[in-house]
Design a protein around this ligand. Structure first.
Ligand code: GDP
Length: 511
């Protein structure tokens, strides 16, 4: 209906997410390999970027010996695979950690002994069924609470792809973490519990299913795999009716959130706990009606937008620490980086030199877009960097602004408040979290015709689409959505609730 149309009118759909590639379905996996710059191909002969350790909650930089010659070939094979970031989203207790843990186990990232250890630990705490989640929720505090607090990271591989799992926590108060996870993700795995009553709770107002989907879309997660989990539960027992009911309710909602359901969304039934329909297709004896693929097959075939390895370098910083210099962490959104490069940290315009690059646990010489990196820099102190800053190319640094023009879709204002000049909220854009104020409403857009309405607009209500000027107190580094979608889409939140989603249409730079 109307709101659906309006959200669509924000054009946060995948056609625009492709950086110029008109139809991502046309891109074959080999072509996706273009991600790697030629230079990297040469460099990767002795130092390559590959995934190794399964879980790395504590960001540590380890120098790794250069691989022995016989390993190099194997490593290069691995490195030829494309790399994608996956974020697990969904309501608390839907089974995100369990499914994530099971995926790691089934892809050989965790050995039997570790599993047995987790199983025993979980048993000792009378939380037997949680042991798979322990693989993801690695810190003690999380285990005690049984909730994933940090965005834990883990790696696994399927036939064609190396994946980094960004496990997003499901609890309501943890949405800001989910945002930082999702802002780096290429694919979202939306975990839904099919268990009686649980799907309903997650889907209700106040549940996280809806909010996570809307945030994921806004943050640029262009492909969504909807896994209907807990199909093994006695209240479900692989029931086709229950599966169809959930799919039937989810499809209109996903559409209204801006997803092209045919092209960008795929549904499949699974059991994260028992490990069914993940790496192997379902046994007909268990589920006679499912003829589709298993999760790994779907992950293998998912096509995501190309990023430009030759574009200006952009890496939003999500964290930093001291370790023989200053180390910054983030995902490369555009361009490539090599050891020895000169870069600039924006918005404070500090010139830095790249003295080390680490991709997961390995030291590499160069890295391209899409990679999650830790970059050791000289020329800057750790105290001088905040998350939200951007490591940027010198020739074309990212702009720093305190004001921008945006097109906003108002979702749901608190207490049905009105949205007008003077409205304050918290802006979340890539890794930036900053208080902002709407300073002027410029134009209201008719959600149906997508054309501007003629009359002057002073305030709008829920569901409106509006073009407005937004101000922040400190300089932030952002881009126009049309130039770099990942750096130009945002959410506005008030009191822990998402009130609007939007895209940057213009930057107001002081001459
Ligand atoms: P999260 O909050 O989404 O990360 O959920 P967890 O992975 O921590 O799982 C919450 C609860 O659901 C735990 O008790 C799990 O054992 C249980 N669970 C998760 N996946 C499944 C499943 O596929 N089948 C059944 N029966 N229970 C599951």
């Amino acid at each position: 209906m109307d709101i659906e149309e309006e959200i669509r009118s924000l054009q946060l759909d995948s056609a625009e997410d492709n950086n110029g590639v008109s139809n991502p379905e046309d891109v074959k996996p080999e072509e996706v390999e273009v991600q790697k710059p030629d230079k990297m191909e040469e460099d990767s002969k002795d130092e390559v970027c590959r995934d190794s350790l399964p879980v790395e909650n504590v960001p540590k930089v380890k120098e790794k010996e250069v691989a022995a010659t016989e390993d190099v070939e194997a490593e290069m094979e691995i490195n030829k695979k494309r790399h994608l970031n996956v974020v697990f989203i969904g309501h608390v207790d839907a089974g995100k950690s369990t499914t994530g843990g099971q995926i790691l186990f089934l892809s050989g990232q965790v050995d039997d002994r570790t599993i047995q250890k987790y199983e025993k630990e979980a048993k000792d705490k009378s939380r037997e069924s949680w042991y798979m989640a322990y693989i993801m929720d690695t810190n003690e505090e999380e285990r005690v609470k049984g909730k994933t607090v940090e965005v834990g990271r883990a790696h696994f591989e399927t036939e064609t792809t190396r994946f980094t799992i960004l496990d997003a926590p499901g609890h309501k108060s943890y949405v800001p973490n989910m945002i930082s996870g999702a802002s780096q993700a290429d694919i979202g795995v939306l975990v839904i519990s099919a268990r009686k009553g649980e799907f309903e709770t997650g889907y209700e107002r106040g549940g996280q299913t809806r909010e996570h989907v809307q945030l994921a879309k806004t943050l640029g997660v262009s492909k969504l795999l909807v896994v209907v989990n807990k199909m093994d539960d006695p209240t479900v027992n692989w029931s086709k009716e229950r599966y169809d009911e959930i799919e039937g309710k989810m499809i209109p909602f996903l559409r209204s959130s801006g997803y092209n359901v045919k092209k960008d969304v795929q549904f499949l039934p699974i059991s994260g706990l028992v490990g069914l329909n993940l790496n192997k297709r379902l046994d007909k004896n268990i589920c006679p009606w499912w003829n589709g693929s298993c999760l790994f097959e779907v992950l293998d075939s998912v096509q995501v937008p190309l990023r430009d390895p030759k574009g200006p370098f952009r890496m939003p910083i999500i964290d930093k620490f001291k370790d023989m210099g200053t180390v910054v962490m983030g995902k490369v959104e555009s361009g490539s980086i090599c050891e020895g490069d000169s870069m600039v940290v924006m918005p404070n315009k500090v010139s830095v030199k790249v003295i080390g690059i680490y991709c997961d646990e390995d030291k590499v010489r160069c890295a391209g877009p899409g990679e999650n990196l830790r970059v050791r820099l000289s020329g800057i102190e750790e105290e001088d960097i905040l998350s939200g800053f951007v490591l940027s190319s010198v020739a074309k640094p990212i702009a720093a602004v305190t004001e921008f023009v945006s097109q906003l879709q108002i979702l749901e204002l608190l207490d049905n408040a009105i949205f007008t000049a003077g409205y304050k909220a918290v802006l979340h854009i890539h890794s930036v979290v900053e208080e902002c104020e709407i300073v002027e409403l410029l134009q209201q857009i008719d959600p149906k015709t997508k054309k501007p309405l003629k009359k002057k607009v002073l305030f709008v209500k829920n569901g409106a689409v509006v073009v407005c000027r937004v101000q922040v107190n400190s300089m932030i580094c952002i881009e126009k959505f049309s130039d770099f979608p990942q750096l130009g889409r945002f959410t506005l939140r008030t009191e822990g609730k998402t009130v609007a989603v939007g895209k940057v249409t213009d930057l107001v730079t002081s001459a």
